[in-house]
Every structure is written in C-alpha cells, then in structure tokens.
Design a protein around this ligand. Structure first.
Ligand code: ADP
Ligand code: ADP
Length: 225
C-alpha cells in the first residue's frame, strides 16, 4: 500500500540553456504506509528537488507523482495545492515557525486553513504538544524555545492535519548531536504512532540506519556536464 509512488521522474533546471542543470533522471521511489525511508544524498545531488517534487511544491518534467493512488501530475494547480495541504506535512532544517504566534497557535493555524473548527484545532494542537513533551510551552513564542523545542513544535505543525505523508529535509540538522538524537526519537515515535509514510533526508548515517530503509541519491550527471 504505497502512499507515495514516484515513477520515472526527470527534472532539469533552466532546460535548453547553457545553464541547464539536469538533476533527476528516471527516478523511481515508493514509500508504503507506515514506512520510514531515509534519503541520503551528497550535497547537490537533488535531495531538495526530489522532496519538492514528492511534496507537490514543484512539478517534474517527466514521470508521475502518485499520492494515495492518485496521479498528481494530471491535476490542475489548484487541486494539487489542495492535495498538498491535506495529505503532505513538511519539516525543514530550520523550523520556519511564525515568530509572532505561540507554539499552540502555530499548530492551530494550518488546521483553520483546512476548515477545522477553532476548538477542535486547539484540542488537536494540545494533544500533539503533549506527545512531544511540550505541554508547558504551549503559550510560548518560538524565540522563547530552545532549538530542540522549536523543531518539536515544527513536527507538531507538520502533523496537525494528519497528513498521509511526511517529508523532512534534515529535520535535526541544526541541532547539536545529543539534542538531535533525542529530537529524532520524538519524530520517529510520532510517525510510528500515526502510521504515516515518511521520507526523511539526512546526512547522518546513524539516524539513517534507524529508519526502515535507506534510499541513496547519486548525481545522475557529473557537475558541469
Ligand atoms: P541538494 O538538496 O541535494 O543539495 P538540490 O535539489 O537543491 O540539491 O539541487 C540539485 C542541483 O540543482 C544543484 O546543482 C543545484 O545547484 C541545482 N539547482 C537547484 N535549484 C535550482 C534552480 N532553481 N535553478 C538552477 N539550478 C538549481
Ligand atoms: P537547550 O538546553 O536545548 O540548548 P536553552 O538553553 O536555549 O535550551 O533553553 C533551556 C530552556 O529554557 C528551554 O526549555 C527553553 O524553552 C527555556 N527558555 C529559553 N529561553 C527562554 C525564554 N526567553 N523564555 C522562556 N523560556 C525560555
């Protein structure tokens, strides 16, 4: 039961110009429900491009992006955006929380955008904060939280709308090793509890080894070709 299925994905930046950069070619990748896949790639190999294509933020030049059995490449932009909001959660290396809102509000807002009622959205946010051990931080703004706490709030925000797919780009890359380890455990527990599919890019081979499967991305084209 594949939540995400990428088939024959190709992506070139600035095609047909001297500055053309072929990043992905013939890429196939699937992530099943409940599966946590590590994406390991040398810098510049196209990890971010792949996550953007998988998360419907960017469209491939060729190939299919199938989410929960639905071919997203055939959808009009609006429907694709809607599918992204409902079915995909993103976590980045830097938390990107809204600084003027509290931890709780940062988790409530994406739910309101999806039409969830205020009371239900707050209840969901409190439940998520409890699961990452941040009940006491609900009313703090991001600047008042440590780096590890900020990332845990970002995880809650990514999961706020119960997406089927979690995409993460170096989710603990900004933290010191000990904090990174702890925060990664929190993320894994959350993902396991929800049974979502996850694709998590990391340079940390120790963390990659704790996931179900490792996918390596190599440069399809030598730099400068
Ligand atoms: P990674 O995340 O693995 O470091 P990226 O997906 O960000 O790699 O980028 C892959 C390659 O594509 C790099 O060589 C990068 O310079 C190039 N690239 C990324 N985005 C663009 C863009 N918008 N225009 C041109 N080249 C780009
Ligand atoms: P860490 O030990 O993860 O590096 P810090 O030393 O930054 O974290 O902060 C330690 C604790 O103090 C964290 O729980 C953090 O939430 C809290 N804290 C830091 N700054 C503030 C602040 N301005 N207001 C309230 N709590 C804060």
């Amino acid at each position: 039961n594949d939540v995400l299925k990428l088939e024959g994905i190709a992506k070139t930046y600035n095609p047909g110009t001297p500055g053309a950069v072929e990043v992905l070619r013939g890429l196939d990748l699937s992530v099943a429900q409940g599966e946590v896949v590590a994406l390991v790639a040398p810098s510049g190999a196209g990890k971010s491009t792949l996550l953007h294509v998988a998360g419907l933020l960017d469209t491939p030049d060729a190939g299919r992006v199938v989410l929960n059995g639905r071919d997203m490449t055939l959808l009009p932009d609006r429907a694709r955006t809607e599918a992204r909001r409902r079915e995909v959660g993103f976590v980045y290396q830097f938390h990107h929380l809204l600084p003027e809102f509290t931890a709780l509000e940062n988790i409530v807002l994406p739910q309101l955008a999806n039409g969830v009622a205020d009371g239900a959205a707050k209840a969901r946010a409190r439940d998520l904060l409890g699961r990452v051990g941040l009940t006491a931080r609900a009313d703090h703004r991001p600047a008042a939280l440590s780096g590890g706490e900020q990332q845990r709030v970002a995880f809650c925000r990514a999961l706020a709308n119960s997406p089927a797919l979690l995409l993460a780009d170096e989710p603990t890359g900004n933290l010191d090793p000990a904090t990174s380890d702890r925060v990664f455990d929190v993320l894994m527990t959350l993902v396991r509890e929800t049974g979502m599919a996850a694709l998590i890019a990391t340079h940390n081979l120790d963390l990659a080894g704790r996931m179900d499967r490792v996918v390596r991305l190599d440069r399809t084209v030598p730099a400068g070709a």
